[in-house]
Ligand binder design. Structure first.
Ligand SMILES: Cc1ncc(COP(=O)(O)O)c(C=O)c1O
Length: 425
């Protein structure tokens, strides 16, 4: 990565205060590098849309125009077409959640759901609770509303609910506006919140009277292990965000939210202000796709593909990464989270990695303070082919080995560096 280009902004000083802390998403910034053909990208969490049969998708879009053109090309209702919400009711039932049409609002991806919830809940200075690390897009959506973000660390079993409890004791009843969690194959951690911890999280949320937002884009992409019931299946008060991005295609920009009625009413008002209504054309296309039977086989194929890619990445990490590094072993989803020795700086290493033809997202992007997690990196295994994954991990292993050699040289010289940072190598 070259140095960021500073653009003179003659409108500086006239923007709303709320834009002050909104940072560009590091993942979006890496898209440019990721699109270079000589670079193996572990950066963006991009679904393998080339595995969605073009003919099936085209058929659904074709039917939407030819058979339902009058509604597909018209403004629709703000909550989304009832036919689409019926499809969503079925999808939710399959993962153990019982909802009705009235419990659902269709959104422009789960991302819009996050933005709308932030708009509805957060005043400047309010405390919200997230996992640490957490999804950059959520941090970006929340930060415009100027919250104080408290991050709860995770281990291999997901959010440390014992630490959540400590934090809640400190904050008190209603001391935070909400708890945001990605319980399945967390982005970026790759870990899954266990069933006992899910129950404990809900108990704590109830005791401290704090709403829970469950963001679940990856739940249906499980490679091994048993299905763990969503939080929403255990408690009707949970706000649940779902999406078609990973089970069909992100290009649709279509997702949904289920929430208790009063919250949904507020969200709907915020949504009307944002877009009046979602795209009826996209909604009819999704209905058509999911009313057919092919999507199940496509989803099975996608899951198999991601499992192969995960296996390739884990094997290559075992082979090429130094013993000092540790990483998670996701049972599904898109991401592996790597923790390097404290003194290594994944952000400072990125330029060298790109030079070697591989890219990833440095860990600090997933924390609101932009400092924590500097010795970590997120590796997305969803996009590259297995051979490229093995080669990319090998290249990255070499970059790491270079850094470690430098560190060892420091030790031999009797000078232990704090963090090997920008100035080094
Ligand atoms: C945890 C999480 N939430 C939300 C989203 C956004 O999904 P959508 O494409 O539905 O807006 C993503 C996308 O990667 C994600 O990883």
């Amino acid at each position: 990565m070259g140095t960021a280009r500073v653009v003179f902004d003659r409108w500086d000083g006239r923007y709303a205060e709320r834009m002050r802390d909104v940072r560009s998403s590091a993942v979006r910034d890496l898209f440019a590098a990721a699109s270079r053909s000589d670079i193996i990208s572990f950066a963006g969490g991009m679904p393998a849309v080339d595995h969605v049969p073009a003919k099936t998708a085209a058929g659904a879009a074709h039917d939407a125009i030819l058979e339902q053109g009058v509604t597909a090309l018209q403004y629709g209702s703000s909550e989304g077409r009832p036919e689409l919400r019926r499809v969503i009711v079925e999808l939710m039932a399959e993962i153990g959640v019982r909802v009705t049409l009235d419990d659902i609002v269709a959104t422009a991806g789960a991302q819009q759901g996050l933005d709308l919830l932030a708009k509805v809940f957060i005043d400047p200075g309010d405390t919200i609770i997230t996992e640490g690390p957490t999804y950059v897009g959520a941090l970006q959506a929340f930060s415009a509303y100027q919250p104080n973000v408290v991050c709860i660390p995770m281990d291999d079993d997901g959010m440390r609910v014992d630490l959540l409890e400590e934090e809640l004791k400190r904050l008190g009843v209603r001391g935070a506006k909400f708890i945001y969690t990605i319980p399945n194959f967390q982005n970026p951690g790759g870990v899954t919140l266990t069933a006992p911890r899910r129950r404990r999280l809900l108990e704590l949320a109830r005791d401290y009277d704090i709403p829970v937002i469950e963001d679940d884009p990856y739940g249906r992409l499980r490679f091994e292990g048993g299905h763990v019931k969503p939080l929403r299946a255990l408690d009707d008060d949970v706000i649940y965000l779902g999406t078609f991005s990973k089970i069909f295609a992100p290009g649709l920009r279509l997702g949904w939210m289920t929430a208790p009625k009063p919250i949904l009413t507020k969200v709907l008002l915020a949504k009307q202000a944002a877009d009046l209504c979602g795209s009826a054309f996209v909604q009819v296309t999704a209905e058509r796709y999911f009313l057919g039977t092919r999507w199940r086989r496509v989803l099975q194929g996608l899951t198999r593909t991601y499992a192969e890619r995960r296996n390739a990445m884990l094997e290559a990490l075992d082979e090429h990464f130094p013993a000092e590094a540790h990483w998670t072993r996701p049972e599904g989803g898109f991401f592996v989270w790597v923790t390097l020795p404290e003194f290594l700086d994944a952000k400072a290493m990125l330029a060298e990695a790109v030079e070697q033809g591989v890219t990833y997202v440095p860990g600090d992007s997933f924390f609101p303070d932009g400092r924590t997690g500097r010795n970590c990196m997120r590796l997305a295994f969803c996009y590259a082919e297995p051979d490229d994954i093995r080669e990319g991990v090998r290249r990255l292993g070499e970059v790491l080995e270079d850094r470690l050699e430098l560190y060892r040289a420091f030790i031999v010289a009797g000078a232990l560096p704090g963090r090997i940072s920008e100035g080094a190598a």
